[in-house]
Design a protein around this ligand. Sequence first.
Ligand code: AMP
Ligand code: MG
Length: 322
Amino acid sequence: MKLLEATEKNIKIAADVLKSEGLVAFPTETVYGLGADGLNPIAVAKIFEAKERPTFNPLILHVSSIEMLNNIAEIKNEKITQLTEKFWPGALTLILHKKEIVPYIVTSGLETVAVRMPDNKVALELIKNIGKPIAAPSANSFGRLSPTSAEHVANQLGEKVDIILDGGKCNIGVESTILEITETGNYLLRPGGIPKEDIEKIIGKVIIKGSDIENPNSPGQLKIHYAPKIPIYFYSKKIIEENKNKKVGGIFFSEIKNDSLFEVTKVLSKSGDFKEAASNLFNTLHNFENRNLDLILVEPIKKVSLGTAIMDRLTKAVNKYK
Ligand code: AMP
Ligand code: MG
């Protein structure tokens, strides 16, 4: 790991590291982010590996221009433009319909993507230099405090990150406000740096997602997890017996088993690399659910490294069809 002062020259060096699939921690006005090339699924998988999170969660893509926003998301609502004009750059994250270029590992399989433009010169310069959005959660290890200085990042992530750009302390120190606008209304998914009242002045009433008004029967519940539309089970002899005459898709970690039983198969990583497997997981599930199959069988994998997060996601999907 290199801890570098955020000079123009060092920002260029950091951008080169991002371009070659590396990880760079950088300051934003909220907290330090752990950044990777947001359009490269392997680079994004490295974020989850470094954070040692036992689960995947959707990441925010950080952009430096509206042009970049238009490359990754569909802007269907006039309100979005009003909000970006008023609050960007700033601590407002918008949930938008993603374009195909955004890999599913960024959104944990969702069709929507979270985007914001950070109000920090170093962050904006870094994004401009790679010319692509940077995917970045907070640069802390799982379960530890979000870092507001380069030193915090160095203490927590150490050698797991290639470069830390030191841009001093973060101004706000709280996370961004997350907002989703749909046909049915404006929803606050997470309170943060930009107050709800300020947003309401621009686009009218904002409903707190999961609040009693929005859904009286399940306060506080957020559906942000993707599961395939067709049944998915863990691969076992018993399940294979039960589904002999069905059209089955098989997902394997590094090697196909019983090829003849399957209509279609996918190996997540021939070399048994967890990063590569993670980078292929959500794409594969999406691909299979659109192939006219009756069900998907997936081989359980070892719960080490990113295997833990992969198994967490698969277990949740399998549980839906139990
Ligand atoms: P942060 O913790 O600041 O990195 O923000 C990431 C959070 O944004 C996630 O934990 C989700 O709660 C939220 N998020 C990201 N993408 C989406 C999405 N497509 N739909 C709903 N919430 C999202
Ligand atoms: Mg965090």
